[in-house]
Design a protein around this ligand. Structure first.
Ligand SMILES: NC(=O)c1ccc[n+]([C@@H]2O[C@H](COP(=O)([O-])OP(=O)(O)OC[C@H]3O[C@@H](n4cnc5c(N)ncnc54)[C@H](O)[C@@H]3O)[C@@H](O)[C@H]2O)c1
Length: 701
């Protein structure tokens, strides 16, 4: 029989319960079973004066097992178990350390006393998964700290540290030194001082103050537009003031189970697991190991090279950046220094850590200095001839087995790989700007990339703190390829007479982090225009294609960088102001290219932006560019501000029904013709067969 996940030993009359469920002491079905056994043992032992709950490893119970979410509801089982803590009949204390979230906090609330090591973090982050605490948290926490403070924690989902928890009032003491020894001493002293059983369930909650609830509702609407979990949590927490604990817990269970069935929660849990799935690569032999990466190299110290260098330094990895001139290098390293400095000013980094990170980044003008690098990422300018020349130089200096990666957004990496004698080591590592902030990393394998090289690039994402998604070579890879149709329609609608604000507001109201036209202003209107000009052969023969961009660009409107683009900006301020000058330029362009005016409802804006985006995702799947549908969802959730609570484009498509998307494509094909509105073959096939994407993937596996 395997070792139990919970055990008890009796130390001088105190039952010390140890939970040992590595890696993070999640409450699983097996652990719950073993805890019941422990309580039976304690009940059968004479002379016990008190009980202490501790955890082995790096943390106290860190939360529930999220994989149980999709199975049958577990709340009743939690309730039963937590009642055993609460009704043990002896003073029982939890001694906590590490990261105590969700179910971990809730277990402690069922104890009579709560102790913590310095540095322990407590949080109730369930709203980020579209639910709320469902194992007593909504009823027990208000009994300890009141409704207002409980809602601060539950609605924000933000953690508090040990000192903060003492101040809030749900932790009794911070224990310095060895936690178990100190907690035992604390408990013995408490018992000696006459402190006994102190059940949270015996406490009452002050009557509800409607103004407090309204304050939290307003905050919830602001933090979580289009979402219901936090609002529902407020009602359930408020119920703690009127219901006895047992009834409150039943109400909590009912309500949390409703939330679990919601699209909001299913979508958030989908993205949570999808982000953990991306590293699994079907077809890659299991014995393929990644190569060790101890030293990085970068070519080009511009916007991307500098940000990527910061990722290496943040991971504690030394990195050498090569650029073509001392001025360029100085400018690049200066930007890195300034970025770190602003983190120091904002209190996000100490001056000492900044110095350590800067010391890991070495600038050079000599490619020979890349000879020791295990991974070299090229981030020079976007031109094939130039990149080929860079790769030929890398071929000459890089050590055997070094990964030769490119950060290109648009170029054919198969062709680039012909510049070297070792195409098996060439791969795309497509970071997003700002590279030190954005979590997404598209990893692009060519026809020749070796399994070992793929594994190395995918695994390197972990220390660099990126979410890697594997793709195959195609124009735009996954993310930017899907962006084409989305942005195309947004631009086309402003040519038809919609205002940029009308388009962006519809998208933002629906949940996109930023409307796409505002994104162009932020990234630089010129950036998009240059990409389109230099890749003209990749686009369909449509005279209205991306012409709003061209109209603005030709008039010198480059976006935020010069204070005018789709919108107008004041100096030092990112607020968007409507600008009749921009509208005029776009109207003139529309007339010149013959775009007829049209009225746009909010619904049309959404359909015309989202359906082409989803349709392209089906092509990406049918061509095998992405490994799986959920990878596509991760790309858009992690890299493009797609609302996580809608689960990513393909999860969303399944929730509204593939037929809705298909019929939408046909509706606009009738209006605008087939050039941009032809449904993808896979979408059509699934609709005709009446299948979901999950069914198609299941059959393919
Ligand atoms: N900026 C973005 O948002 C973004 C996002 C993803 C990918 N990319 C891609 O990343 C690459 C770099 O883009 P960027 O925005 O950082 O450009 P950038 O112009 O800011 O920086 C390019 C740097 O490369 C240097 N350089 C040019 N030729 C070189 C050579 N032969 N050897 C060494 N250094 C050389 C330049 O001096 C400059 O410092 C491009 O391929 C771009 O398409 C950019």
């Amino acid at each position: 029989m395997s070792k139990p996940l919970a055990s008890v030993e009796f130390v001088d009359g105190i039952a010390v319960i140890t939970i040992d469920n590595p890696p993070v002491n999640n409450i699983s079905i097996a652990l719950r079973g073993d805890l019941h056994t422990v309580f039976d043992q304690i009940a059968a032992t004479a002379g016990v004066r008190g009980a202490l709950v501790v955890c082995a490893g790096n943390t106290f119970v860190s939360g529930a097992d999220i994989s149980e979410f999709s199975g049958p509801p577990q709340e009743e089982a939690y309730r039963e178990l937590f009642f055993r803590f609460e009704n043990i009949g002896l003073p029982i204390a939890a001694a906590m350390h590490g990261t105590v979230f969700g179910g971990g906090v809730e277990i402690s609330l069922a104890c009579h006393y709560r102790l913590a090591a310095p540095g322990t973090r407590f949080g109730l982050p369930e709203v980020t998964l579209g639910i709320f605490p469902g194992a007593g948290g909504t009823q027990r926490m208000p009994r300890l700290i009141g409704i207002d403070k409980s809602l601060d924690m539950i609605v924000s989902g933000k953690p508090v540290d040990a000192a903060g928890a003492v101040e809030l009032g749900f932790v009794d003491a911070v224990i310095t030194g060895d936690l178990r020894t100190g907690a035992l001493a604390w408990l013995n002293e408490a018992i000696a001082a006459g402190k006994g059983v102190r059940r949270t369930s015996d406490m009452t909650v002050a009557p509800v103050d409607e103004a407090v609830l309204e304050k939290h509702r307003a905050n919830a609407r602001k933090l979580y537009p289009n979402r219901a979990a936090a609002l529902a949590a407020i009602d359930v927490v408020a119920a703690s003031a009127r219901l006895p604990l047992a009834e409150g817990l039943v109400f909590e269970t009912e309500q949390v189970n409703l939330r679990k069935e919601s699209v909001e929660s299913r979508a958030l849990v989908h993205v949570f697991f999808a982000e953990r799935e991306t590293r699994k690569i079907p077809g890659l032999p299991a014995d393929v190991k990644s190569r060790k990466v101890l030293q990085g190299g970068i070519v080009g110290s511009g916007t991307m090279g500098g940000g990527i260098a910061m990722c290496f330094a943040n991971a504690g990895l030394p990195v050498t950046i090569v650029d073509i001139s001392a001025e360029a290098l100085q400018r690049g390293l200066g930007v890195v220094d300034a970025n770190y400095e602003s983190m120091v000013k904002r209190g996000r980094l100490t001056a000492e850590d900044k110095a350590k990170r800067m010391a890991l980044i070495t600038g050079s003008l000599d490619y020979a200095d890349l000879a020791n690098a295990d991974v070299i990422i090229e981030a020079a300018v976007e031109r094939m001839d130039l990149k080929k020349a860079v790769f030929a130089k890398l071929d000459a200096v890089a050590k055997p087995g070094a990964v030769l990666a490119t950060n290109t957004s648009t170029l054919d990496i198969d062709e680039l790989a012909t510049a070297v004698s070792r195409p098996q080591d060439v791969i795309g590592m497509h970071f997003f700007s700002p590279a030190n902030v954005m979590p997404l990393l598209e990893v692009i394998r060519t026809k020749s990339t070796s399994a070992e090289c793929i594994r190395t690039a995918m695994d390197l994402a972990k220390p660099l703190r990126k979410t890697p998604v594997l793709a195959r070579v195609c124009y735009g890879f996954i993310g930017n390829r899907m962006m084409e149709g989305y942005a195309r329609e947004a631009q086309r609608m402003v040519l038809e007479g919609a205002t940029p604000r009308q388009v962006d507001s519809a998208l933002e109201k629906w949940g996109m982090a930023m409307g796409i036209l505002a994104v162009f202003d932020m990234a630089g209107v010129d950036v998009g225009v240059n990409v389109h000009k230099s890749n003209a052969d990749q686009y369909p023969p449509d005279p209205s294609y991306y012409q709003a961009d061209i109209a603005l660009y030709d008039a010198g409107r480059l976006g935020q960088k010069n204070g005018k683009g789709y919108y107008r900006y004041e100096k030092g301020d990112r607020t968007r102001y409507d600008d009749p000058v921009a509208l005029e330029l776009i109207r003139a362009k529309a007339a010149a290219v013959g775009v007829a005016p049209r009225e746009h409802t909010e619904e049309e804006v959404l359909e015309r932006c989202l359906y082409p985006l989803i349709n392209e995702a089906f092509r990406i799947l049918e061509e095998g560019v992405a490994v799986r549908a959920s990878d596509v969802d991760v790309v858009w959730a992690a890299g493009y501000g797609f609302p996580r609570y809608r689960g990513g484009p393909l999860f969303y498509a399944d929730t509204i029904g593939l037929k809705t998307v298909y019929d939408g494509m046909l509706k606009y094909r009738d209006i605008f013709g087939p050039m941009h509105w032809q449904p993808a073959a896979l979408l059509e096939q699934l609709v005709k067969e009446g299948k979901t994407l999950a069914q198609w993937e299941g059959a393919r596996a």
